[in-house]
Write a protein that binds this ligand. Structure first.
Ligand SMILES: CC(C)(COP(=O)(O)O)[C@@H](O)C(=O)NCCC(=O)O
Ligand SMILES: [Mn+2]
Length: 920
């Protein structure tokens, strides 16, 4: 780990934040992540009228409700008269953390929070949009609401020193609370306290005091488990999953219908807890036959040196040599009268009594498996009986015994299924190892997480995720250089991360209940099914898109990558695209040696993600194609590739703007009906400019942008493969003499730069404006492939407006021209509530869009919208193709992938989709 430097550079609190502030790093900075911040924001807790109060002084006590800012030495920079002046906080680190621990016998689990602002493009234009949509009423705060990240880290308990070093290197102990619940401000504050649970909280209390100068505040383990489980089940969408015959299925828990449930914590012993609400629970039962029993007996019987080794052994075991089966008693027959098949275990270890054998005559593998099944079935059975006792349908299992082990989960699931006759369900938790630590975190009097909603959390998987997995690991890598060297080291060692060779699909890892294994799961590494946990990004500005018809049934992904065939295919597509993407990314950063090194590391990191997901498709939670495409963009950003297609986008914008006047002239010469058709056709044709599609990129070698655009237009023959144009036309123009009322507000979710936006979507927007419909152009917050971003759009609109009065008037009224051309100080924009043309960011940086998590501006703009248009493959096919809306919806895309065309629309590559669905 790179160490901390003493001096923190000043932080600028301003709204002129670039649109890639996610990591808050300047890639030129090669120190630790704590000292290369580029921006920060004021905290909610010091907002309002007090914003500017403490501009001097060094020790200010503040509420502990949120991570706080060090305002010492704060000074206004620049013009005092300005409405939102820049404030410098010279002593503030942006990475203020809270830490909680669960110190168990074998593992130490850490949960810590680091403050990061969200990725809003918080510039003046967007603020004015917020004002218009009533988002800032009565609140003159000029900074984003608090955002942050929740990190999950594990260490082996016997490597406590590594853990302490980690805490020290990240200064996590400085972000804790003192005994009064205040955040400690002085580095070596004697009153500093860290919340911890688990036996080690007692054992290591002195060590923490001695090495870090902090006291351990011990929290009750059971309280912590329940608090952790409740938080996870409420705040994370696909936290719980079932596991049957090696197959994981994520379960969406209805947050309003979570309680009561049974929490079964399998540690050395087993506790069964009936949970009725937050802080409301009762230990209703337990058993002394638990993880300790398995490990203890296993160690005696097999001479294994560790729990993991014992589990690993079971993987290769065959319990028939040890267990007495029904068939052994009934001469190979079923005992069908009472529903027991010949392969059912009649008596665990029963066979060992009847044979003249010694311990050494049995294979340790068989012993381990037999023991594992005996204990797992027993726990599953007792859990079921307790669920039955209290009428509980859901049983969540957690604790160190499970460790994401496929056999264990399968046996428990089978037992619950067997005894309940399918009535009750065993579920497991992705973060099960962190329940206690999370609960300890929640026990800070004010931890700031309690009111978070599921849509405000985004889980991201940074570079190390595929390797660290659910396994124990050391300090996460902080700075870019460290990350790159780490990647390089792996390659030097010849570690198998460059070649993402998929392992055989898991298949059956369990044994069909009490029966003999049909497959022993040798293809599955013992920890392969152990799920990874990412970093939880807390983004309080995210909202659910309010026009979704039914949030409960909404599923953004059209393609489910838990389907093996789909995963294999998209894995190949994305792998094949990598070299070209790296070339573009490196070129976008000037092709320097540094850029090449980063490009190389990015390729390795992304390949490793792909390899991990091939090995275990559920490793990062529920996996759809949109998640993979977003992961790729995030991975690029992790290696500081801010905008890989920057110059391509610019070139295509310029070429398209040059032909725009001719297109507008041509359109203006047409009657309404013909013009509308031309406009829709134009959008579909121009959607061919997609640098994410292999086929399209090959096409671009065959002509200039304009030639390809013309060729695409000429091929636009109706009927399109999905063609609802006539219904849409009727809604727009009416039939006969009846003239329908125009839409009040249309949200246009735009896609690519160049022809797509300039010759496709802008002319369509102009048509709506002409008809008196307000237009909101919804664009990406962050770059993704060649998608146009909300930051780039005003300039493009301004250029287009030079050739068009309708666009110019609307853009002036919407403040867009001001943004693009005039200093923001001088502008005078119309403050009427109706604004004809607006640009809002969508809150994401991916070619797809998950409408459960959009920017607050978009959510606000949607409130008065009665039409949405989703354009492009990513937003209207890969995601949202099946989405239903409360308002009229038009989905427009050219399908630029043969397989997708066949699967989705039974058509061919370059077929088009014009799907219109009136409000449902
Ligand atoms: C990444 C994309 C969804 C972008 O498409 P768009 O939304 O720009 O129409 C699309 O290019 C895609 O699915 N590409 C991978 C498929 C392929 O290369 O064939
Ligand atoms: Mn796109």
């Amino acid at each position: 780990m790179a160490g901390l430097t003493e001096h923190q550079p000043p932080l600028v609190i301003d709204d002129a934040i670039n649109n890639n502030d996610d990591d808050d790093h300047d890639h030129k900075c090669n120190n630790s992540e704590n000292n290369c911040s580029s921006s920060s924001s004021l905290d909610k807790g010091v907002g309002g009228d007090k914003d500017m109060a403490p501009v001097s002084g060094s020790s200010i006590h503040r509420s502990a409700s949120r991570p706080q800012l060090d305002l010492s030495g704060a000074a206004i920079q620049g013009n005092f008269e300005e409405r939102d002046p820049t404030i410098l906080l010279p002593n503030q680190s942006d990475d203020i953390s809270h830490l909680a621990l669960d110190i168990g016998g074998s593992l130490i689990k850490l949960v810590y929070f680091s403050r990061h602002e969200d990725r809003l493009i918080n510039n003046r234009r967007l603020k004015s949009i917020k004002e218009r949509f009533g988002l800032l009423t009565g609140n003159r705060r000029s900074y984003p609401i608090l955002g942050g990240r929740l990190h999950f880290v594990k260490f082996e308990t016997h490597k406590m020193n590594e853990c302490v070093d980690f805490i020290h290197s990240k200064q996590l102990h400085r972000g804790g609370m003192d005994s009064h619940g205040w955040r400690s401000e002085v580095p070596d504050n004697d009153n500093a306290v860290i919340k911890a649970t688990g036996g080690g909280a007692y054992r290591f209390s002195d060590l923490f005091k001695e090495k870090l100068g902090v006291s351990i505040d011990k929290e009750d383990e059971m309280n912590c488990l329940v608090a952790g489980a409740n938080f996870l089940l409420k705040a994370i969408r696909h936290e719980a999953f079932t596991h049957m015959e090696g197959h994981k299925e994520f379960v969406q828990i209805d947050h309003n219908d979570l309680f009561p449930y049974l929490l079964v914590n399998i540690g050395s012993g087993v506790s069964m807890i009936k949970v009725d609400g937050d802080g409301k629970f009762q230990r209703v039962s337990g058993t002394n036959v638990g993880g300790g029993t398995y490990w203890g007996l296993g160690r005696l019987l097999t001479k294994c040196k560790s729990f993991d080794e014992l589990l690993e052994l079971s993987q290769r075991g065959d319990n028939r040599t040890i267990d007495m089966l029904v068939g052994d008693i009934y001469g190979g027959m079923d005992y069908s009268k009472i529903g027991l098949s010949a392969s059912t275990i009649a008596s665990s270890f029963g066979k060992t009594i009847s044979e003249n054998k010694e311990l050494g005559d049995y294979r340790p593998e068989d012993i381990s498996l037999s023991l594992l099944r005996m204990i797992s079935y027993n726990i599953g059975q007792i859990a079921y009986l307790n669920a039955l006792r209290f009428g509980l349908k859901r049983i969540f299992f957690g604790g160190f015994f499970i460790r994401g082990h496929a056999y264990t989960m399968d046996t428990i699931s089978f037992a619950v299924q067997f005894w309940s006759k399918g009535d009750a369900k065993a579920m497991f938790l992705r973060h099960e190892g962190f329940l206690g630590a999370l609960g300890a975190f929640m026990s800070y009097e004010k931890h700031g997480l309690d009111d978070l909603m599921v849509h405000q959390l985004v889980e991201r998987f940074p570079m190390g995720a595929p390797y660290i997995g659910g396994k124990i690991h050391g300090p996460p890598l902080g700075d870019l250089n460290e990350k790159i060297s780490w990647m390089e080291k792996f390659v030097q060692k010849g570690t198998e991360i460059t070649a993402p060779v998929p392992m055989a699909p898991p298949g059956t890892t369990g044994l069909g209940g009490f029966e003999v294994p049909s497959s022993k799961g040798e293809s599955l590494r013992s920890d392969a099914s152990n799920l990874n946990v990412g970093v939880l990004h807390l983004v309080p500005t995210l909202e659910v898109f309010p026009l979704l018809a039914d949030l409960k049934t909404y599923e953004p992904n059209t393609i489910d990558l838990l389907d093996r065939g789909e995963l294999d295919y998209w894995f190949t597509v994305l792998s094949a695209h990598l070299p070209d993407l790296v070339d573009k990314a490196v070129a976008s950063e000037g092709g320097t040696e540094d850029a090449k090194r980063r490009g190389d590391a990015f390729a390795r990191a992304f390949s490793a993600h792909l390899a991990r997901l091939m090995e275990e498709p559920a490793a990062y939670g529920k996996l759809g194609l949109a998640n993979l495409l977003e992961l790729r963009e995030e991975c690029l950003r992790e290696f500081y590739f801010v905008d890989a297609y920057r110059s391509i986008k610019q070139r295509e914008n310029e070429a398209s703007l040059a032909v725009l006047p001719d297109l507008l002239l041509e359109l203006d010469g047409m009657n309404e009906e013909r013009r509308l058709l031309m406009l829709i056709e134009g959008v579909l044709a121009a959607n061919i400019f997609d640098w994410g599609s292999r086929a399209c990129v090959d096409l671009y070698h065959k002509g200039t942008i304009i030639e390809i655009y013309r060729m695409s237009r000429n091929k636009m023959h109706r009927p399109w493969r999905v063609d609802d144009f006539d219904i849409f036309k009727e809604r727009m123009l009416g039939s006969g003499d009846t003239k329908p009322h125009p839409h009040k507000r249309a949200l246009l979710f735009v896609d690519n730069s160049g022809a797509d936006i300039v010759l496709g979507m802008l002319p369509l927007a102009r048509e709506f404006l002409r008809r008196g419909t307000e237009v909101v152009l919804v664009a990406n917050s962050l770059p993704a492939l060649n998608d146009v971003t909300a930051m780039e759009l005003p300039e493009i609109v301004a250029e287009a407006a030079k050739h068009c009065d309708i666009l110019r008037r609307a853009a002036v009224a919407g403040g867009l021209l001001v943004d693009a051309m005039i200093s923001s100080q001088d502008r005078s924009i119309d403050n009427s509530s109706s604004v004809p043309l607006m640009v809002v960011e969508n809150g994401c940086g991916s070619p797809c869009i998950d409408l459960r998590q959009v920017s607050s501006e978009l959510a606000a703009a949607a409130k008065d919208a009665d039409l949405i248009i989703l354009e492009g493959m990513g937003r209207s096919l890969h995601t949202n193709y099946n989405a239903k809306f409360k308002c009229d919806a038009l989905k427009l895309a050219m399908v630029k992938n043969q397989r997708l065309a066949e699967k989705l629309i039974k058509g061919n590559i370059y077929d088009c989709v014009c799907r219109y669905e009136p409000a449902s």
